[in-house]
Design a protein around this ligand. Structure first.
Ligand code: FAD
Length: 404
């Protein structure tokens, strides 16, 4: 009987094992994860769950019983410490050795942390990656507390939104010239800056953190790069993530901004596959890595089918979302290399920004405008690029653009 082992019991790992069974694999499946909980969705960690609006059970991707029903062995709270490709085996921290016929790595990513030399190890300094991180931080997110958010990317901004809604006095520092600089156009940055400022968040751009000041091992203040000092009760660090590749690297797998996989999801080692945040894959002639739920699901399902003998190349259809206050941002496509941005005003507060490279539509950021998002996504996936003038004209019928 064949044995498929999956390392990393998160979004991609859970989807991968479910798809193996769905496609009729009747061999042994073992899913191993460091965290002591059944696979869960992370997006609510910086949104509804942190706000206290979502029960723990609703985070779970599938009920615990699913794994037993599907005859999937779950090994939770267990780290894999080594892969030995020659022996086709993995070693757990406990010393247990598990043999595999095929192996998949869905190890996700790790949040960057502040170095201890600037106070990154003080109590009250949090990252937002796992359930344990958020459970540790949640009690501090209370009326009247003072918070510093380091980093104006989506995670930092979502944490700022929740904290502000809970009555926390929030200061957010972003070292770049503007929030969301790495991922979005100035138009989107302007939109979210105004939104946060409207909720009382003190956004400071072009300013970094110099160091944190502690008292009895707990953070008390922060010194910023402009020399100013602010008192804080807790700090949220949202300065990006790095793919979890240490295990793959030690096993001799080729890395390339993540674990390198071919179009089918196979790594440089026969019988070893990878998917999700940790995998870097071929996309439109280049190589990318996506940090999103849709990618984790689609890629791992494609890899599962290929592990069972399929030969379907993975074609990413990137999309993403973020919730801040009562605004839902939906993003379709990838904007890298854009040369212009067209604004389309929707009804009420809704607006969308359309990214073009020359005449080619690359991506859409839609704020409270699901229609613009949905049509933009379909246009991008169909390779259609409407005239920017039509997009910018609020009276034009977007849906008509989808007609052949
Ligand atoms: P993960 O879900 O991170 O799972 C990887 C698992 O592998 C982890 O549980 C890890 O502990 C385990 N692991 C790693 N190494 C080992 C080892 N050696 N042994 C055993 N286990 C190991 N995406 C969106 O599309 N929209 C959003 O709004 C959004 N919001 C987010 C908000 C937050 C706070 C976070 C943290 C992420 C958010 N994301 C969002 C990103 C999305 O959650 C990730 O892209 C997705 O979880 C990736 O899935 P994955 O399975 O690759 O990795």
């Amino acid at each position: 009987m064949k044995h498929i082992v999956v390392i990393g019991a998160g979004q991609a790992g859970s989807s991968l094992v479910a798809k193996l069974r769905k496609d009729g694999f009747d061999g042994e499946i073992t899913l191993i994860g460091s965290e002591p909980v059944v696979p869960y969705q992370r997006p609510p960690l910086s949104k509804a769950y942190l706000l206290g609006d979502m029960a723990l059970e609703r985070l779970f991707l599938r009920p615990q019983a699913f794994y037993a029903d599907q005859n999937i062995t779950l090994k939770l709270g267990q780290d894999v410490t080594a892969i030995t490709p020659e022996a086709r085996a993995v070693t757990l921290k406990s010393g247990e050795i598990i043999a595999y016929d095929q192996l998949a790595l869905t190890t996700g990513s790790e949040p960057r942390r502040l170095p201890a030399s600037i106070g990154g190890d003080l109590a009250g300094v949090h990252v937002v990656r796992g359930l344990a991180d958020v459970d540790a931080m949640a009690p501090a997110v209370a009326q009247g507390a003072r918070a510093l958010i380091v980093g104006g990317g989506y995670i930092g901004l979502e944490a700022a939104a929740v904290a502000a809604r809970k009555g926390v006095q929030v200061t957010l520092v972003e070292m770049s010239d503007r929030i969301l600089q790495r991922v979005a156009a100035p138009e989107t940055s302007d939109y979210f800056r105004a939104l946060h400022q409207g909720h009382g968040v003190d956004i400071r751009e072009g300013i970094g953190l110099d160091r944190l000041v502690g008292e009895d091992g707990r953070v008390r203040a922060a010194v910023l790069s402009d020399g100013s000092e602010i008192d804080v009760d807790f700090v949220v660090v949202g300065v990006g993530i790095t793919p979890s590749t240490a295990l793959a690297e030690a096993a001799g797998l080729r890395l390339n901004n993540g674990i390198e996989v071919d179009e089918f999801g196979r790594t440089s080692q026969d019988l070893i596959w990878a998917a999700g945040d940790c995998a870097s894959f071929v996309h439109k002639g280049g190589r990318i890595r996506l940090e999103s739920v849709p990618n984790a699901i689609d890629q791992s399902e494609c890899v599962a089918a290929n592990m069972l003998g399929g030969e379907t190349p993975y074609v990413a259809k990137p999309w993403f979302w973020s919730d801040q206050y009562d605004v839902k941002l939906q993003i379709a496509g990838l904007n890298s290399g854009y040369t212009s941005v067209v604004t389309r005003r929707g009804e009420g507060v809704s607006v969308s920004f359309w990214y073009y490279r020359g005449d080619t539509l690359l991506a859409v950021d839609a704020m409270n405008d699901p229609r613009a998002y949905m049509i933009g996504k379909r246009l991008i996936e169909a390779g259609k690029s409407p005239d920017p003038e039509v997009i910018g004209d609020t009276s034009s019928d977007l849906k008509a653009l989808l007609r052949p």
